[in-house]
Design a protein around this ligand. Sequence first.
Ligand SMILES: NC(=O)c1ccc[n+]([C@@H]2O[C@H](COP(=O)([O-])OP(=O)(O)OC[C@H]3O[C@@H](n4cnc5c(N)ncnc54)[C@H](O)[C@@H]3O)[C@@H](O)[C@H]2O)c1
Length: 313
Amino acid sequence: MNILITGGAGFIGSSLAKSLLKAKHDVSIIDHFSTFYNVERKKEQVNQIKRIGPVVVHEFDLLDEEETIVHFKNHKYDAVIHLAALPGVQPSLTNPHAYIDQDIKVTVNVLRASGISGVPHVLFGSSSSVYGNQDGPVSESFANGKVKSPYAAAKAGAESFCHAYQSLYGFKLTILRFFTVYGPWGRPDMAIPLFLTKLLNGESINIYGRHQSRDFTYIDDIVNGIALAFNQTGQSEIYNLGSGKPIRLEELIRLLMTYFPNASVVDETFRAGDVRHTWSNIEKAEKELGYVPEIGFEEGLRRTVEWAKKYHN
Ligand SMILES: NC(=O)c1ccc[n+]([C@@H]2O[C@H](COP(=O)([O-])OP(=O)(O)OC[C@H]3O[C@@H](n4cnc5c(N)ncnc54)[C@H](O)[C@@H]3O)[C@@H](O)[C@H]2O)c1
């Protein structure tokens, strides 16, 4: 298949690109190398992809509606996985308009361009944040719009636009809700990579509520889930891609202390915008896609710590 990954220079996109090349797909990426985190890091991720196989890299801003539509008209993609976005919950509290641009307007541009150019299958990288704060495992139908941050509102809004354009153009739509993805090359603003950078530099780490829990999901499992979703048979489906096994932050700290026994941890108060718990019910993805997360948290963390030690050297 000829597959386009938007945001292909990013954490999830670059891992996916490598996996799709190994599976002998034709892979193109669109990315404008945003400055949300280190641009050199994204260039490095693209170099990693190029070592696996021939990838076509288009560097432009998907916020440019005309350029996006012209690009799609000039290329025939069998499937588009839309991962380009401005991520991060806390920065969305101080800069909400950027999230409307990057997470809603960019998504609308990709959806319209896909529809106009006749892309048969559009997949959208959504987030567990659309569930807001809920106790217990969440199934796909549990998203009720009661979100906790502008980032989450933008993701929920983008999902609505996905449904609107699916209905207008009739392409196959798959919405994938990712739950806190971690692993080698993890996004440097997220908790585990941030903690590891600080610990490797001998700095203390700040934690905003030890009783919070996250459904940490290893990058390879997410990439497998996305690859399986290319075979989805329904016309318009939503799937949770998580581990189904939430980890309390105090447990994360305990495990990190086994690698960094002298770690200093500073307890801070809970931050507005965050949710207290995430916990995926992954039965639908298991049953319909054959998705089975394989990397347990202790093993995933071990691999991530090992990678971080090498990378920081
Ligand atoms: N990492 C997670 O835990 C997680 C969890 C839930 C959802 N998601 C979603 O998954 C997707 C990928 O996340 P990630 O962690 O790989 O993030 P990332 O920041 O590493 O990757 C996003 C990529 O999109 C590119 N991009 C952003 N705006 C663009 C634009 N206007 N034009 C072209 N390129 C643009 C960036 O340069 C970047 O390379 C995002 O939609 C994110 O919201 C991620």
